[in-house]
Design a protein around this ligand. Structure first.
Ligand code: SF4
Length: 362
């Protein structure tokens, strides 16, 4: 059934009643300023609530307002984001913060259309900030909302289609309570995150819509939502080199553009290197390999590519003034400096270096 035939208006009251009782206490809900809502919503894209909490606290402590975000160094910014992935999200936030400083006196605009023009803010995030922080009655449709509404109405259209999302936004705009827009949007997201789960059985007995939901009534939960498959990821074989002189390890900075731009990494190359080739590789840096050890293989999944990694630990002695030319870092340097993507976490741990959420709070 299409959602317009179903009539979404009957869902609002039970949903809001349920949310009043079951809303989780979350750090960004305690003081829902536009800036805090913005930071949390960007962090929550692709990342679970529990994983985001420590990142959010640390980020807000280090960069408490839009001004501090606009003017912090790239290294600090990436370090605060280390482990969350999708680093362009935080770069875009900084670009948007600069625009907000220049054009809006440091305050996020209280208009959906103006929010939408800021870098990195799409329809969902603009809707979330506008409704939660400013009480503006606009929808905020994410994957959770698409799923719960499709199930309630047993709408079998493909939720990956832009036209389906646009239609859902239109229908929700017609029923969103004018005086409670923020709670309504958060309640929809909350229902999707805690009851009508994306993976595994939904908890229908706890659902405020258990008597209204057509997918439940007709046994369609397993087939709705309909979601077309995204393109298959490319697989890339890589060799990662942990080149250690004493207790310090060789790092290099990635290019300023492209995947993981501006982050630090252990030297690595496409393809699988043999032990002999690994020794020659270290010599290229004018380093004298003393011992080579093959490490356990590791895998990291990005949105469009998978890295299947082979690793070597190569103990070296620096020749001549090699140490001065190259960047060798000790474990303590990783606490505040040298943002490193979690793609390398498995190899960093071989050196007792913990990245992202596993590192000690700074
Ligand atoms: S009744 Fe079940 S399937 Fe329907 S919206 Fe609620 S949790 Fe989801």
């Amino acid at each position: 059934m299409k959602i317009e035939e179903y009539g979404l208006e009957k869902l609002a009251d039970p949903l809001l009643g349920w949310f009043k009782e079951h809303a989780r206490v979350l750090p960004w809900r305690e003081d829902a300023t536009p800036y805090r809502v913005w930071v949390s919503e960007i962090m929550l894209q692709q990342t679970r609530v529990e994983a985001v909490k420590p990142y959010f606290e640390r980020f807000i402590k280090a960069l408490p307002d839009i001004k501090s975000l606009a003017f912090c160094s790239e290294e600090q910014l990436l370090k605060l984001w280390e482990g969350l992935g999708y680093y362009n999200r935080v770069r875009n936030m900084q670009a948007a913060a600069k625009t907000v400083m220049e054009e809006y006196g440091g305050r996020l605009p209280a208009y959906y259309d103006k929010l939408l023009k800021l870098k990195g803010i799409g329809r969902y995030t603009a809707g979330a900030i506008a409704s939660i922080a400013y009480g503006i009655p606009v929808p905020a449709v994410d994957g959770n909302v698409l799923r719960v509404i499709s199930r309630a109405a047993a709408d079998g259209r493909d939720i990956m289609k832009q036209s389906v999302r646009a239609n859902m936004e239109k229908q929700l705009a017609g029923i969103i309570p004018k005086d409670n827009a923020g709670s309504f949007n958060q309640a929809l997201m909350e229902l999707g995150a805690t009851v009508c789960l994306p993976n595994g059985e939904p908890k229908c007995t706890q659902c405020p819509w258990k008597d209204l939901c057509i997918a439940k009534r007709d046994g369609l939960i397993g087939s709705i939502p309909v979601k077309s498959k995204s393109a298959k990821r490319r697989i890339e074989n890589r060799t990662v080199f942990l080149i250690c002189d004493g207790d310090r390890v060789l790092l290099r900075k990635r290019p300023e553009r492209g995947l993981l731009a501006g982050m630090y990494e252990f030297p690595n190359e496409e393809g699988y290197f043999s032990q002999k080739e690994a020794v020659l590789y270290a010599k290229k840096y004018q380093l004298l390999p003393l011992k080579v050890e093959r490490l356990t293989d590791a895998k990291h999944i990005f949105s469009h590519v998978e890295w299947h990694m082979r690793g070597y630990l190569i103990r070296v002695e620096a020749l001549e003034d090699g140490e001065k030319r190259l960047l060798f870092a000790g474990a303590s340097d990783f606490k505040e400096k040298y943002p490193m993507p979690s793609a390398f976490a498995a190899y960093a741990e071989c050196l007792n270096i913990f990245l992202g959420k596993k590192r000690e709070p700074v």
